[in-house]
Write a protein that binds this ligand. Sequence first.
Ligand SMILES: [Cu+2]
Ligand SMILES: [Zn+2]
Length: 201
Amino acid sequence: MDRDVRRGLTLAAGAAGIAVVAVVVIGVVVLAIRSDTSRHQPGGGGAAAELKPTEGSTARGRVVFFEAATRGVRVVAHVEGLAPGEHGFHIHENGDCSAPDASSAGGHFDPTGMPHAGPEAERRHAGDLGNLTADESGMAHLERVDTHLSLEGGGSIVGRAVVVHAGRDDLTSQPAGDAGGRLACGVIGPDGDRAGARPEP
Ligand SMILES: [Cu+2]
Ligand SMILES: [Zn+2]
């Protein structure tokens, strides 16, 4: 009897030991997976905006933003349904395209209190991306690295809106380059799926 009790206790202790080891192993595996995931999150995903036509417009497209290999943010835009020629292309302050004319997006994104200017200017609204140029079929493609843009921190463009205009941005007139009405608008959101983005050249 005494021997059986002792044997039972030994077996129980053995089972408990195995259970403890199993819990520790599972815990370590879970922690490893979690730390692996978090390691890929900061700055890993880019941002993107789906541009939808405003009332009476046929313009639509997609713009993706991602950290450039060196400094700045790479902007890749495809827009179609435009009249051939130049069209003002900006980031506006409010991530709100709900108004039929996209007026809800507000003015140009300008976190540093600068004048309106062209994309190559040192002193410009952060949102001043210049113009898109549509070809004869109404399609526009733009790809450039912009050192005034940021995807994180106080000056982040995430949560703002991209707007394409009916007219050309003259890169000079205040406060918005005299670019006319708004043809398409899209809110910039985080873009975990980078499959649509082009690799660094
Ligand atoms: Cu604009
Ligand atoms: Zn501007």
